[in-house]
Every structure is written in C-alpha cells, then in structure tokens.
Design a protein around this ligand. Structure first.
Ligand code: IMP
Length: 178
C-alpha cells in the first residue's frame, strides 16, 4: 500500500523459535492422551502461524478451520463477530487446540470459546501468537501466548491492515497510522 511505513517488531527468527517451543509444549501435553486431537485455525489471521505451528506438533491430529470476521475493528465495543466458515467435522469428546493470531479485546476469543463449548469437546486449549494485555475487555483463558505486545496495531505473518500485509514474514508495526 502506498505511503505506509512498517517497522520490524518481531523478527522471523524469533517467531520461528517461539512457534517451535509452543509446538513442543503441545506435543508433550497430549502425548499420552488417547482421545482424538483436533487443531483449529481461526481464519483468516492465524493461517500462517497455524501452518508453521502444526508442523512442530509431533502427534496425530485433525486439522479444522473456523472463519470469523470481527466487526469491532472500528466500533471497538460492539463485540460483533460473524462466522464465515463453520467446522467441517464434529468436535464432541475431542481435545481441541484453538489457534488465534491475536487477542486484542478478547471478544472474538470469548465468542469462539462459547461456540466450541456448546459442541462438547473433551477439552479446549487456547493458543495465540500475540496478546495485547492492555486492550483486554473480557478475560479469556490463554494457555499459550507467543508474544505479549503493547496496545499498537501490528501487521504481517497473517495479520492484515485493510486486507493487506498478511504476507510479511515478520510482525511489523505501521509507523504512520493516523
Ligand atoms: P479482539 O476480538 O478484539 O480480541 O480482536 C481479535 C481480532 O481483531 C483479531 O483476530 C484480528 O483479526 C483483529 N486485530 C486486533 N488487533 C489487531 C492488530 O494489531 N493487527 C491486525 N489485526 C488485529
């Protein structure tokens, strides 16, 4: 996008190292559990993190995708979440790992957790690449956090600004956002 300056905030190397650590921790957590495991990507934002993370989990599991569009980017308090893609298989009785790109207010995560709980999984483990603790409006249990960041708008590695910048291999900060 013309005129937008992005500075590198979290390098590709740091992301890969942390992703590996979380993948190893998840492998440990479920290695002796005989119930089926399903790892869910929340689209669109988590698709890059998800694809790197699942290759660090040394277990058998199913891959699922949930699409959500958050409409509180402009109206921060509305908390309206629209589901754009539903799960393709039941999760009842399964261990579920939910993979998010970023938890900002927590409203999307809250919505997703109630959606999943209603489908009676055996357990839900939450993973988010990024967390903005200062922006929290609703507390949600976050089991694995890649990086906690300050309350600034970030892009890259799956995260977008107006649909763009998802392809950046690092997490960047827009320097000149009004
Ligand atoms: P929450 O519901 O406020 O926690 O926001 C979650 C969603 O808002 C994320 O899944 C992102 O799609 C979007 N979002 C929040 N903060 C950022 C950001 O800094 N960059 C890009 N997207 C963001």
């Amino acid at each position: 996008m013309m005129g937008i300056k992005i500075s590198n905030m979290i390098t590709e190397e740091k992301i890969q190292k942390r992703t590996q650590e979380i993948g190893t921790a998840l492998s440990e957590k479920f290695k002796d559990d005989t119930s089926p495991l399903v790892v869910i990507s929340v689209l669109k934002g988590s698709f890059i993190f998800y694809s790197d993370l699942i290759r660090q989990i040394d277990l058998d599991f199913g891959c699922e995708f949930l699409g959500v569009a958050s409409y509180h980017a402009n109206v921060k308090s509305s908390g309206e979440v629209k589901m754009t893609l539903d799960l393709a298989t039941p999760i009842e009785g399964k261990n579920v790992v939910l993979v998010e790109d970023i938890v900002d207010t927590g409203l999307t995560m809250q919505y997703l957790l109630s959606y999943l709980k209603a489908r009676h999984p055996k357990s839900i483990t939450t993973v988010t690449l990024l967390h903005k603790p200062e922006a929290t409006q609703v507390q949600c249990p976050l089991d694995y956090i890649g990086f906690s960041i300050s309350n600034e708008f970030v892009v890259g590695y799956g995260l977008d600004y107006q649909g763009y910048f998802r392809n950046l291999p690092y997490i960047g900060k827009i320097e000149n956002l009004n």
